[in-house]
Design a protein around this ligand. Structure first.
Ligand code: ADP
Ligand code: MG
Length: 640
């Protein structure tokens, strides 16, 4: 362990500060940093190596992401808490990350998967889910905070440092609310979260792939409870997520469950004959069997066998599992992950041979069947598994933290926004300010106006998604710009600015430029977006592209028609003295015809035709009136 100097200032011991990288995992969490004082001697030239290291927490690298509450409501986190999963399932919360940013509605069908009580805390289905233990309620942010606090305080003790700043990783598919929830948990733990980065990006950084400057990287991450595959493209040292696919209910736990089910079937038992505790214990033995058989020296022998006696339902069961039985049992699950790999490739419009690097992440990739399944798909590359797959994400996050601390300039990091961000405009149209796949941070402003005379308040509704109509997209929030001085329609100049922070949090500002009235909000996205929704939203965007464009064109024509009615009426009102009675009547008739078509929601062509008719009819006298106006203005000038 590298020694860190202690500064003594004015007689007070000041602990040095360290910026850390944290992998807040579904099953296990880790913390890492880049020590400062490591010097190495390369061919007689002394150089400073900046290698990341895992910081042990209570003597171990992996901290199970499990929180246990004793009967007094006092929490413990980590290995001790994990040991309580089987003994006191109703007080032991695991897989907190899966609850993050979710509503009860999202999880209702998965509620019996865990031993603790997931409750519907609120009548609003969008509200974040809560866990109830002994009449006390805990939300996923608080639970994640407890995990982060344990990691942070233990790491501070281990290194004798202060930890105030961190980079935390999240899955690439996490949406804004899940990222925000992670950031909030960090804040509660006293951490200034400098950046939230994607796990596959962190893993690629740990392998030094960023230094190669360009290429396509496929990251296969099979953890304890989740699987995801991400395809990143690297350009000039900057990663972009091209595609991500996966299953938040597929991981090592499912391999364990399938082994447990195999045993139950073999002994003609069903899971409801076992108590919750017995079932948990059976799954733990299944995990042991899996890990035992996954060792290189065992795996090579198809007949090698795991054996253990387990007492349940008052009988002694002899549980055995051979390598080939293990392979057969989990083959369908590995098959599922391969489907996602192919889906991600096709989403990214890449062939397997266009992938330059494959990276294995997550403890479950130690199951040799994973490597075996991937090798035939990517025969042309060496599959990266050199770095410990459960540490690689935290190590990458530590390197990124080191970059942000200004200690190195070899890696530059930008992420992209997965879905487009925009506001609602007339007729429920989505006006995109930040298109999806934009590099973040980014900032963009656009001017808007009002469509009603004397409008003093303007509602700004912010949406996320790929559809042309906001009704089909996801609403992130809204606010009202108040106090716009009363002006005729189309006159106010309202500038809307979107600023997307490095970690994907959106700030929206609105300003009426003539009066200076302004308002700014940080969008607190509504919690509770279902897992696959980002993906569904993208898909829906593609599938409906054609019909959406039709809808948009129709609505734009209606908007144009409305504006035409408005301006033509104002024109006649103001300039009546310069027009003949016939011109006034003729215009009014055509305006009325256009209004009828608009009210009847007539087709786009008829509306366009009527707009043209009205335009053609009014053009000659509009020009005449214009000449008069210019003449007057010029006269005014010469008189000056
Ligand atoms: P997460 O990212 O979800 O926090 P991890 O990356 O820590 O999860 O992976 C945990 C999973 O890895 C567990 O399901 C565990 O059983 C599995 N695992 C750990 N070691 C091995 C091994 N040697 N062989 C197979 N699976 C393993
Ligand atoms: Mg992980």
């Amino acid at each position: 362990m590298a020694k860190i100097g202690i500064n003594i200032k004015q007689g007070k011991i000041e602990l040095p500060k360290v910026i850390v990288g944290i992998d807040l995992g579904t099953t296990n969490s880790l913390i890492a940093y880049v020590p400062n004082s490591e010097k190495s001697d390369v061919c007689g030239v002394e150089s400073i190596k900046r290698e990341p290291r895992i910081i042990p927490v209570r003597g171990q690298g992996l901290v199970p992401s499990v929180v246990y509450f004793d009967e007094h409501g006092s929490p413990s986190v980590g290995h001790y808490a994990k040991s309580k999963i089987a003994q006191e399932p109703e007080r032991t919360i695991f897989s907190v990350k899966r609850l993050l940013g979710k509503s009860y509605k999202d999880l209702a069908d998965k509620a019996d998967y865990v031993g603790y009580k997931i409750i519907d805390s609120d009548s609003t289905s969008e509200a974040m889910v809560k866990i109830e233990i002994d009449g006390k309620f805990y939300n996923p942010i608080e639970l994640s905070f407890l995990i982060l606090k344990e990691i942070k305080t233990q790491a501070e003790k281990e290194l004798s440092v202060h930890i105030e700043q961190a980079v935390i990783t999240v899955p690439a598919y996490f949406n804004d609310s899940q990222r925000q929830a992670t950031r909030d948990a960090g804040k509660l733990a006293g951490l200034d979260v400098l950046r939230i980065i994607n796990e596959p990006t962190a893993a690629s950084i740990a392998y030094g792939i960023a230094e190669k400057k360009s290429g396509n990287v496929l990251v296969y991450d099979l953890g304890g409870g989740t699987f995801d595959v991400s395809i990143l493209t690297l350009e000039e040292g900057v990663f972009e997520v091209l595609a991500t696919h996966g299953n938040t209910y597929l991981g090592g736990d499912d391999l364990d469950r399938s082994i447990a089910e195999f045993w139950l079937k073999k002994h003609q038992l069903t899971s409801n004959q076992l108590s919750k505790t017995e079932l948990q214990m059976l799954r733990m033995i299944a995990e042991e069997a899996k890990i035992y058989l996954s060792q290189d020296e065992i795996w090579g022998h198809a007949e090698a066998q795991f054996e253990q006696v387990f007492q349940c339902v008052n009988i002694n069961l002899t549980l055995t599992l051979s390598v080939s039985e293990l392979q057969n049992t989990v083959a369908p699950l590995i098959g599922e992950t391969l489907k996602s790999v192919h889906k991600a490739l096709s989403d990214a419009e890449l062939k397997p041979d266009q992938i330059d690097e494959v990276v294995l992440v997550g403890g479950s990739t130690r199951y040799p069947g994973v490597m075996q399944a991937l090798m035939p798909i990517f025969p042309h590359v060496f599959i990266n598994n050199r770095i410990n797959p459960d540490e690689v994400v935290a190590l990458g996050a530590a390197i990124e933290a080191d970059v942000l601390a200004g200690n190195r300039s070899d890696v530059l990091l930008l992420d992209v926004t997965p879905l487009s961000l925009g506001i609602e405009t007339a007729g429920g149209l989505m006006d995109v300010l930040i298109p999806r796949n934009s590099k973040i941070p980014t900032r963009l402003a656009r001017e808007y106006t009002t469509s009603v005379d004397g409008q003093v308040n303007l509602k700004v509704s912010v949406f996320q998604g790929e559809r042309e109509l906001v009704g089909e997209n996801r609403k992130l929030g809204e606010f009202i710009l108040k106090g716009i001085p009363a002006m005729p329609a189309w006159l106010p100049k309202i500038q809307i600015q979107f600023a997307l922070n490095p970690d994907g949090i959106l700030k929206v500002a609105a300003k009426e430029l003539r009066s200076g009235v302004e308002q700014e909000v940080e969008i607190q996205p509504t919690y509770g977006l279902t897992d696959s929704q980002v993906e569904e939203m993208l898909l829906a965007g593609f599938q409906n592209a054609q019909s959406d464009i039709e809808l948009r064109l129709n609505q734009e024509t209606i908007n144009e028609g409305n504006q035409m009615v408005y301006t033509a009426e104002r024109f006649i009102e103001k300039n009546g003295q310069h027009l003949s009675a016939e011109e006034i009547a003729g215009s009014k008739q055509r305006i009325e015809d256009l209004r009828c078509l608009l009210n009847d929601k007539a087709d786009r062509n008829s509306i366009n035709k009527q707009i043209e008719l009205l335009n053609d009819y009014t053009r000659p006298f509009a020009e005449r009136v214009m000449d008069i106006a210019i003449g007057q203005a010029l006269k005014g000038k010469t008189l000056d």
